[in-house]
Design a protein around this ligand. Structure first.
Ligand code: NOJ
Length: 740
């Protein structure tokens, strides 16, 4: 029985929305309320009896993982027509980086440093998913990730709280549109609240121990931004945070989220993360797990059934307050109203544009172009000039693999729609150049070298070599962490073999994380880091290699030389003994039987120094950008005021190109120690050859705020350094002072 009486109510009017919710709530039995708090898994194209019966009985609020449209509409019909109160379902899906049109993995998208393309990418993902009846995605993942061993780094927006906040908010806006009720808008989910990115050892699901001050200054910041961006939902993390699993953590769910941030959306648990609290050793059984989760503030349970099995008893026993349940159910109902589901729960595909249409593919291509990071370009080997070459060799197991280029977390994409590097390069240059393709090795993990000879031959008969290497898509993502993050299998050996030909080598890396490339950087001329670039990866890479486009991506995460440097990130603390090039002694330079104090007495590794292979923010282009004349509008500002910091950006190269100009700040003395640099702003600037432009940033003293040792958000008067440049190690700096 459809709740007809809500059809004409105004869901945009706060008061009438609240009235509709409370009216509906007043008609609900406790079992129906608990039903709304329960999310069950769909079966992929059919409806098992237990699910149909539970929906009819009003015992299901949401389904996940059902994208067969007829099945989704039938699920909605069961809920709306055959349950007592006719409450429609939320239908959730992991639309992480595209639905059918697959965008670069989120870490790749973050390398674009472009909130506009990220928002457009999320929008087309939402529109495509909505056409299959999905009304809720479990994205964006805004965990701060400083450990590339962790497979889920692929799904993240990188290491920096500011960048992650800006880009995560852009994704939320793209998914949710101007209005949740709009055709093609779906609810977003900020996940995983919180601390999951700090899993010890980079091993998925592992414990996170994060001091409160670091939680507030680093890990929580993107989540606060998600609240401000109106993310409809949050997801609790799997991990144990400082001894209390996130799904039972009332400090997170109640104190921070509800009391401090006044968040009014709802929180869904992660998959079975409520029952897993017993496995963590935090609760004794499912009933206790339900009690801890509900009292902490988890509004909806994903996949497991502790709420359905135990909440009624817990309420009857007086351990759970009915008022708490009512609040939780209200939040869930409110979202259903806001999504317009009471007005029309069904999906008509005719209301949506075609999947994988030209404009969606263009957005995916632009996202891939902007995501690729040119890490090195010795002797300006790139871009390749078709007119100067007769032939190129294309070598590597990922050069022609539509499946692997899509990356992790692709449930709905189809490799048949991917355009590989080989196809795209043939299309772009095949009529003018001889393309000599050889796979070289069967897969990135392959142990044999039986394809090497053919690959070397292809290189020998070509003017230049393009190698497409990296990781298969399964090597990153959930539960896919690695302890060794070198190029897997025989790929380094393949580079060595090709290098013996003396031909210029362009290395294109397809991967879900930063790989440790220290052993290969000197063997190749150019490195284009393309992450897993998605459906349009091939055309994007081809355009970049042949100079149709100029690379403009910048690293959203630091690239270590060696795993032993992890965690390594630019916003590190100074320590009492900061390293420098002078103090950083190489192990091999130390004589035998050296005394203990012969070394630099500073914070570095004897065998790896202190610098990364490539710093956060790094990325080259075909332009040549120079930064000069940094100025501050004033030397002193009072609390509550703003200051402008500007620089001249000049492109002395021969190509038009885009540069991501970055602003960093250091607060020299803090109530708690402050990072040696913190990103505070960035802008994408396009310049013609010879063009010069003044680029300016405005910084308010609120932008300098941090949580002090009493966990108060403050801006302290004092001295600040400020840098503007093309990466986090850029040298051009100025200073200013903040006073009371
Ligand atoms: C587990 C993952 O941690 C989460 O990110 C995802 O959204 C859910 N499963 C649903 O698939």
């Amino acid at each position: 029985m459809h709740s007809i009486k809500f059809l004409h109510q105004d869901i945009h009017d706060e008061g009438s929305l609240k009235n509709m919710v409370s009216e509906l709530l007043s008609q609900m039995g406790l079992d129906e309320k608990i039903g709304q708090m329960s999310q069950l898994c769909g079966s992929g194209g059919w409806i098992p009896d237990h699910l149909a019966d539970a929906i009819r009985a009003g015992r299901v609020g949401s389904v996940l993982n059902e994208v067969d449209l007829d099945t989704v509409n039938e699920l909605q019909r069961l809920a709306v027509e055959e349950s007592r109160l006719g409450i429609p379902l939320l239908n959730g899906r992991d639309v992480i980086h595209g639905f059918k049109t697959i965008l670069p993995i989120p870490l790749g998208q973050a390398a674009s440093w472009d909130p506009t393309i990220i928002s457009e990418g999320a929008r087309i993902s939402a529109v495509e998913a909505a056409s299959a009846g999905v009304n809720w995605t479990f994205a964006p993942m805004i965990d701060i990730t400083r450990d590339p061993r962790w497979g889920r780094i692929a799904e993240s927006l990188g290491e920096d709280p500011y960048l992650c906040s800006v880009l995560g908010s852009a994704m939320i806006k793209g998914f949710q549109g101007a209005d949740l009720d709009e055709n093609g808008s779906i609810a977003a989910c900020a996940k995983h609240f919180a601390g999951y990115g700090a899993a010890e050892g980079g091993r998925d699901y592992n414990t996170a121990n994060i001091p409160e001050n670091e939680m507030r200054n680093v890990h929580l910041r993107p989540f606060k931004a998600a609240v401000d961006a109106d993310a409809a939902t949050f997801m609790s993390a799997f991990c144990d945070l400082n001894g209390v699993p996130a799904s039972g953590n009332s400090w997170l769910m109640d104190q921070i989220l509800r009391q401090e941030w006044e968040y009014d959306g709802f929180v869904v648990s992660d998959w079975e993360s409520i029952v897993e609290m017993t496995v963590h050793g935090f609760t004794g059984d499912d009933e206790q797990a339900a009690l801890e989760a509900v009292n902490a503030g988890i509004d909806m349970e994903m996949a497991s059934s502790t709420y359905r099995d135990h909440l009624e008893n817990l309420v009857a026993a007086g351990k759970v307050d009915l008022k708490q349940i009512d609040k939780m159910v209200s939040r869930i109902l409110e979202l259903k109203f806001k999504l317009g589901l009471f007005r029309d729960p069904y999906t008509n595909p005719e209301n949506y544009p075609e999947l994988l249409n030209e404009s969606h593919l263009q957005i995916a291509k632009e996202a891939a172009v902007k995501s690729c990071v040119l890490l090195q370009n010795k002797n300006r080997v790139l871009p390749l000039k078709k007119t100067a070459l007769n032939s190129v060799a294309l070598i590597g197991p990922l050069a022609d693999d539509g499946y692997e280029q899509m990356g992790t977390w692709v449930f709905d994409g189809d490799e048949a729609n991917s355009i590989s590097c080989l196809s795209a390069i043939k299309e772009l240059a095949g009529s003018e150049l001889e393309i000599n393709y050889a796979k070289g090795i069967e897969s990135t993990r392959y142990k044999d070298q039986d394809g090497f000879a053919e690959a070397v031959q292809a290189a020998e008969k070509s003017d230049t070599v393009i190698m497409v290497l990296g990781e298969e898509s399964f090597m990153s993502g959930e539960a896919h962490s690695r302890a060794n993050i070198d190029l897997p299998g025989q790929q380094e050996e393949l580079i060595n073999a090709i290098a013996t030909t003396g031909k210029p080598i362009v290395l294109v890396v397809l991967a879900g994380r930063p790989l440790t490339l220290d052993k290969v950087v000197d063997k190749v001329d150019a490195i284009l880091y393309a992450w897993h670039p998605g459906t349009m990866g091939g055309p994007a890479i081809a355009d970049l290699i042949f100079g149709v486009e100029s690379p403009s991506g910048k690293l959203p995460v630091t690239f270590p030389k060696a795993v032993g440097q992890i965690p390594i990130y630019y916003a590190t603390k100074n320590t009492g003994r900061p390293p420098s090039d002078e103090s950083c002694i190489q192990m091999d330079d130390v004589p035998a039987r050296a005394p203990q104090t012969s070394l630099g007495m500073a914070s570095f590794h004897l065998d790896a120094g202190y610098k990364p292979l490539f710093p956060f923010g790094h990325g080259l282009s075909y332009g040549e950008f120079h930064y000069v004349k940094i100025t501050t509008s004033r030397s002193h500002i009072a609390l509550g005021e703003s200051i402008d910091i500007a620089v001249d950006l000049i492109n002395t190269g021969e190509r038009q190109a885009e540069e991501v100009v970055q602003l960093y700040v250091r607060d020299l003395v803090g109530n708690v120690t402050r990072p040696i640099k913190e990103l505070k702003g960035f802008k994408r600037i396009k310049l013609n050859p010879g063009q010069r432009e003044r680029v300016s940033f405005s910084l308010h003293t609120d932008d300098l705020a941090f949580y002090d040792r009493n966990m108060q958000l403050i801006t302290e008067p004092g001295q600040f350094h400020v840098w503007i440049g093309g990466n986090s190690e850029a040298p051009l700096w100025a200073e200013f002072e903040v006073h009371e």
